[in-house]
Design a protein around this ligand. Sequence first.
Ligand code: NAG
Ligand code: NAG
Ligand code: NAG
Ligand code: NAG
Ligand code: NAG
Ligand code: NAG
Length: 412
Amino acid sequence: MKLLHLAPILYSLPLSSARTLLLNRRPRSDIPNTHGTMLLATDGGKNFDIDVTVGADNQPFKLLVDTGSSDTYIMRDSFTCINATSNLVIPEENCNYGPETYTPSSSYEEIPGETFGVQYGAGRASGVMAYETITIANITVRAKLAIADTSEPMGDGVNNGLLGLGYPSLTSAHPGKTVPNDTYFFNRAVYSPVFNTMYEQGLVEPYFSIALAHTTRNRTSTFGGYLGLGELPPVERKGEFTTVPVEIMNNIPANFTSNKRQRAYWAFTVKGVEYGTAAEAENDTLTTDDNPWQVFVDTGNDFSILPAAVVDPVNARFSPPAVWKEDLNIYVVDCDAQAPVFGVKIGDQTFYHAPEDLIYDMGHGICASALVASEKVGMVGNVVLNVLGVPFHKNVVGVFDFGKNEMRYAQV
Ligand SMILES: *[C@@H]1O[C@H](CO)[C@@H](O)[C@H](O)[C@H]1NC(C)=O
Ligand SMILES: *[C@@H]1O[C@H](CO)[C@@H](O)[C@H](O)[C@H]1NC(C)=O
Ligand SMILES: *[C@@H]1O[C@H](CO)[C@@H](O)[C@H](O)[C@H]1NC(C)=O
Ligand SMILES: *[C@@H]1O[C@H](CO)[C@@H](O)[C@H](O)[C@H]1NC(C)=O
Ligand SMILES: *[C@@H]1O[C@H](CO)[C@@H](O)[C@H](O)[C@H]1NC(C)=O
Ligand SMILES: *[C@@H]1O[C@H](CO)[C@@H](O)[C@H](O)[C@H]1NC(C)=O
C-alpha cells in the first residue's frame, strides 16, 4: 500500500514499460528453489512485480508484490479508469496497468452478496469477489480473489493488479452490493488471502520470504529479486537471522480492523538507527539514535517513511544534502550525491542500506532521497504511520511467518 502522494508533475511522467529483462544479479542454480519465483523491478527499482496465472485457461498476469495490504486484485477487461481528483472517467490506459486484463474463465465463481473495494495511499480499486484458481510460484490454489472493474491510476506500466500478503484483518471485501467508496476501511467482510488459503489447504509452510534486488537507477525494468513461498530465496546471506514478534500497530484505530485489536500489518518495533556521512563512518563517528518506533513493512511502498527525527538528519548527510521540496513531496537530492551510511536496528542486529538504494531517479533530471518523513507524508487521516519500504528490503532477506507471528531478517 503506497502512502506517498507524489506531486502531479511526478505522476505525469511516462513510465518505462520496457519488457526486456536486464539481469544484474543472476539466479543461483545450486540452491533448490521449487516454490520461489523471480520478481521484475519496474521504474528503476520502485515497484516489484510477480508472474501469476489465473483461471482454468491460465491467463498470465503480473501483480505488484505488496506486504502492506491483503487483497489480491486483478483488473478485468473493459474496466473503468477514474481520475482520483476529478472523479471523471478517463481512458483505460491512463490507469497505467499492463496490457493483460482478466476475462472470466470456466473456473470463475462470483461470490454473491459481497463487493470488493480497497483504498490504498495511491488510490482506490473496486469490483466483485470471486473464487478462482491462481498459480503463484508453482503453487495452484482455489482462493477468493478480487476482480476489479474500476480503478484509479495505480499501475506501473507493467502490472495488472496486486498480490496482497498482509494479515486477513486488512482484506477489503464488504457485505452488500452497493458500498460507498469512503467506507472501505471500516466495513469489512474479512476473508482468507491467497497465501493464507494456500497454507490452510496444506500446500505450503506458513511463511513466505522476500529478497529484493539492487537495481539500476534508470527507469527501465530489470531483475527484481525473489519471493519464496514456504522457503527461503536463493540468495547468499552475510549473517544470521534476527527475529522479532509481529505487533499490533498502536496508531491504527480499532475501527480499521473490525473494532478488534488484532494483527493487520507486518509490524514491529525498530530499536533505533545509526547514520553518518561516509567520512564519519571512516572516522568511526557515526551517530546512534536509540529512540524506538513502531513500523510496518511494505514492499509495495517505494519510499521508506520514517520519523522526521531520523529522516531529517540522515537526509542532511547526503553530500550535497537532500532538501525537502514541499511542492514535490520529496527530498530532492543531486543525482550524483554521495549517500550516507544508514543502519536500522532490529532485534539484535543493525541492517545497513547500500548507498545506491537511497537515491531514486524521478525523471526530468530530478533525483530524490528514498527516505521521507512520516509526519510529512505518512498520514492516513490524522494517523501517522512509519513504513519500512523497498529501499530496506533490497538489503535483507525478510521472512514473514504467519505460523509463529514473527519476522526474521538477515543481511544480504
Ligand atoms: C514445482 O514443485 C514441485 C514439487 O511440488 C517440484 O517437483 C517441481 O520441480 C517444481 N517446479 C518448478 C519449476 O520449480
Ligand atoms: C485528473 O484531473 C485533474 C484535475 O481535473 C487533472 O489536473 C489531471 O490532469 C487529471 N489526470 C488524469 C490522469 O487524467
Ligand atoms: C467514489 O464515489 C464517488 C461518489 O459516489 C464517485 O463519484 C467516484 O467515481 C467513486 N470513485 C471510485 C474510484 O470508485
Ligand atoms: C540503464 O542502466 C544500465 C546499467 O547502468 C545500463 O546498462 C542500461 O543501458 C541503462 N538503460 C538505459 C535505457 O539508459
Ligand atoms: C474510527 O476511529 C477513529 C479513532 O477512534 C475516529 O476518529 C474515526 O472517526 C472513526 N471512523 C469511523 C468511520 O468510525
Ligand atoms: C576525522 O577525524 C580527524 C581526527 O579527529 C579529524 O581531524 C577530521 O576532521 C575528521 N574528519 C571528519 C570528516 O569528520
